[in-house]
Write a new protein. Structure first.
Length: 106
């Protein structure tokens, strides 16, 4: 049985960028998950999508944390390593405040 953590980052469209432009700017192509994080934790990306809505764009990244490496390093706090992972890089790249939802373990 796999265990996953879902992280979601939202930016409200304001100023000169449309939701579609925000979605492109905050996508995995422009702001990848740091490879060092994946190497050190043993987490694996299973999904990385960015969608534009009416007035915002949201990037959702799902990590598989089933690995023994991850489970042994974080036996009691499986969402802690993900909190804030992409908030600052996305905000800095897009030059806008990011609303980060609490990571969800499933």
């Amino acid at each position: 049985m796999s265990v996953s953590v879902t992280c979601a980052y939202t930016i409200n469209a304001a100023g000169q960028m449309t939701p579609a432009q925000l979605a492109v700017a905050m996508s995995a192509a422009n702001i990848p998950v740091p490879p060092e994080f994946l190497l050190l934790t043993g987490a694996v990306i299973t999904s990385d999508t960015t969608l534009a809505a009416f007035s915002s764009a949201t990037r959702t990244v799902v990590f598989d944390i089933t690995s023994l490496q991850f489970q042994s390093q974080f036996p009691n706090d499986s969402i802690g390593p993900f909190w804030g992972l992409l908030t600052l890089p996305i905000g800095a790249y897009v030059n806008a405040p990011v609303i980060e939802a609490l990571p969800v373990r499933a």
